[in-house]
Ligand binder design. Structure first.
Ligand SMILES: CC(C)(COP(=O)(O)OP(=O)(O)OC[C@H]1O[C@@H](n2cnc3c(N)ncnc32)[C@H](O)[C@@H]1OP(=O)(O)O)[C@@H](O)C(=O)NCCC(=O)NCCS
Length: 111
């Protein structure tokens, strides 16, 4: 597991077991005192650059079904809603998202 930390937030990226071209992303957050200023989208774009630079072909993440802010971040960064299920741990809905890594992202400068 690798954690990427920035002054305004952080995220983790992990290769899934037995499939070196697929990453699972998790623990994504913007610091509570800095939300609502577009930093969620900026952080997700940075994560996309990291995934490209690491040479992955595909990435996944999950969200709570009612996490509207994060859903807007994901859609705006080109992630696709793959499926959803009733989470027997939380009782809520969990959504699974996927992103086909864009190689040219690795070359882009951070915003
Ligand atoms: C989800 C999270 C990362 C979003 O970060 P953020 O910096 O607040 O996001 P942004 O400012 O980039 O805004 C994201 C979208 O949410 C919208 N938004 C902002 N404040 C909002 C609010 N109070 N209610 C609803 N939507 C809101 C923005 O308009 C934007 O949508 P748009 O680009 O279509 O206009 C952040 O709120 C967070 O860390 N939450 C707690 C942890 C979490 O849920 N992480 C994700 C786990 S999967």
């Amino acid at each position: 597991m690798t954690r990427y930390a920035y002054p305004y937030g952080s995220f983790c990226v992990e290769q899934i077991p037995n499939q070196p071209q697929v990453a699972h992303c998790h623990s994504f957050f913007v610091r509570a005192d800095q939300r609502g200023q577009g930093l969620g989208k900026r952080l997700k774009q940075e994560q996309c650059r990291v995934l490209a630079a690491m040479g992955f072909d595909f990435a996944t993440c999950t969200t709570a079904g009612d996490n509207v802010r994060q859903h807007r971040v994901l859609v705006s960064c080109g992630w696709q809603r793959l499926t959803e299920f009733v989470n027997s741990n939380t009782g809520g809905t969990t959504v699974m998202w996927g992103w086909t890594v864009q190689r040219d992202m690795a070359m882009r400068e951070a915003a």
